[in-house]
Every structure is written in structure tokens, then in C-alpha cells.
Design a protein around this ligand. Sequence first.
Ligand code: OGA
Ligand code: NI
Length: 361
Amino acid sequence: MGSSSGSDRLRDLQAFDDTKAGVKGLVDAGVTTIPAIFHHHPLLLDDAEEDADVIPVIDLQADVDRGHLVGQVRAAAQCVGFFQVVNHGIPGELLEEMLAAVRRFNEQPAEGKKAWYSRDSGRRVKFNSNFDLFQSPAANWRDTLLLELTPRPGPAAEEIPPACRGVVGEYVEAVQGLGGALLELLSEALGLPPEYLGGLGGGLATMAAHYYPPCPEPHLTLGTTRHSDPSFLTVLLQESKGLQVLMRQRQRWVDVPPVAGALVVNIGDLLQLVSNDLFRSVEHRVLATTAAAEPRLSVACFFRPDYACTRVYAPVTTTPPPPLYRSTTMPEFLSHYRAKGLDGRSALHHFRIPPPSSPPH
Ligand code: OGA
Ligand code: NI
């Protein structure tokens, strides 16, 4: 982390935010070293080991019976918390168009993006660099266009930046359908009726389109700090490498390799809570893009209840162990997640029921 004092750091964060041009603005200005606000603690920058094929790839159209498919999803959700899906029904051209739209938005002149730059939680469509710029210990080398899609109907066409208009609506609809199918598989994998998790309100709520510009000093910072997602489920479209998952057993990072036409699916914190730890919301991070590489693009779609949903969520336990989490609501969970920022710790700790302390001797 930077060695500047607290007030210098705040001044630097504010000055960066005031440019409204994000990390790409720094790259466009030709920086050859990165500002101290982006320097991460060395422990957060440890290397991944070379590894292949730990993240399962599941073919949703394979000629297997439903029970077999549910079994594959259950194994992936339990052991790894991450999997990729192919033959998911979303045409490859739509994936390409979505990524092209994210590129168009970010690569337009900075002036065109400034009108969208905001930290206003009331805005349903906004662009900014680091949603947690003023909360997290170090900033990430990433800019993000964020769309809040609930309450339905989501943003009207004119609320969406012209560079993405059109394709966003089509992509949202397609991912909504896929997410529904995945939530059915995951419900069945928990031994619950297929409509169970969807019925809890796990629709597509937020879309985050990320842009990770090449970084002159990628070894000092990160594209996204390690975190788990504040969702039931996340469906991620990624174009190139950089995403890594923390394997619990070995405490080491493994790559989630880009697979052409595939989408990455991961379990979020809320599904870990509702499944009482049967499914794992696994920590992941994104490395900063190296200077010689193309910018990295990704689109994360978060399935969760609406922010204002006051429904109470608690572990569904039909069998032991007893509930590991206290119940919570969406406003409580999300405000805890956002206030904390990406600080390398799981938001779930806050909701965990402490184990009974051992009796005094
Ligand atoms: C996220 C996330 C990964 C990526 O948005 O929560 O983990 O590849 N994104 O951008
Ligand atoms: Ni994530």
C-alpha cells in the first residue's frame, strides 16, 4: 500500500475521482508508473501456481439425463463454487456484440463518458472507477459501467449509454433466461423443488461491465481485489485471462481460462448462506492487465433479490448441521457489503453464528 499519510491519500483519491476518466484516463495520459492509491499489500499479490482444468466445464445440452446434469452442477457448486457452461443457449454473436458494446463505451473519448460518471446510489445506470474507491485499502486498475435492473422494468433505452443501447436489453433478457435455468438446477441440487431459488427472488438484478486497461506496473496492483459476490449466483462473460479463483483446500490461486463461447458461473454469498455452506461462495480476483496485453473486458450479471426486498433469508436446513448463519435481509446484507468494500474479507463472516464456546475448565 502507498506510504502516503491518510489525508494525502484522501486528496489523491478525490483528485483521481474528479477526473471522471477512470483508470483508462491515466493510461491515455501516458502514465509509466501507477499512483500509490493503486498499490496493494504484497500479500494480496501472491502468484498463482500453474494449473489446468480445475474449473469444470458443463455442457447444458449434453445427452445425459437430468439427474446426471444436476449431479454435475451439485459437485461443481459444492467443491469449486465455480464452473463454466457451454451450449447454454445464448448465441455466440450476442456475446460478441455485448463485449463490443463495452469496448465502444470505454474507448470513446473521455468527454463522452463523463456525463455517466457518478457515485450516486440512486442512479440506475452509472460509470465509475472502483465502486469502493473511498472504502477499500487500495484501488483497482479497473473502470466499470453499472446497470441496476430492478425494480422491473429496468432502465429505459434512453437511460443506457448510446454505445451499448440495444444490445444490453437483448443480452439481459438472454442471461435472465439462462440464470433461471441455472437456479432450477441448483434448487434440484439442494434437493428442493426446481422453482425454489428463483422463487426467493433471485432474478437478474445488477450488471457490471468491467474494463481493465493495460497497466504499466501490473505487479503492484490488481484488476479486482479478492472477494466473493453479493449474489445468489453470478454469470460472467469474460474475454481474456486474468480471473483467478482461490482453491480452499490448497489456499492457492487457479486460473479460470477463457473458453470460447462459454460463460462462467459462480455461487454467491447468499446461496452459500441459504444452502448452509453446502454450496461455496468462493473468493476470486482479477489480475491487472499487463502493459503489452489488450484491455480485458468482462460482464458480470448478479442474480439476487432487489435491493429493497425486505424478505428474510436464512439457511434452509432439512438435515443437520444446524443453521450456521443468522437470518438477514437484502438491505442489511448489501449495505454491509458496500460499506466494507473489497478488503479481502468475506461479508459472510458478519452473519455467521459463532460456534458454541467450550465450557470453562
Ligand atoms: C465481479 C467479478 C470478474 C471479472 O464483478 O464480481 O468478480 O472477470 N468480476 O471481471
Ligand atoms: Ni466477483
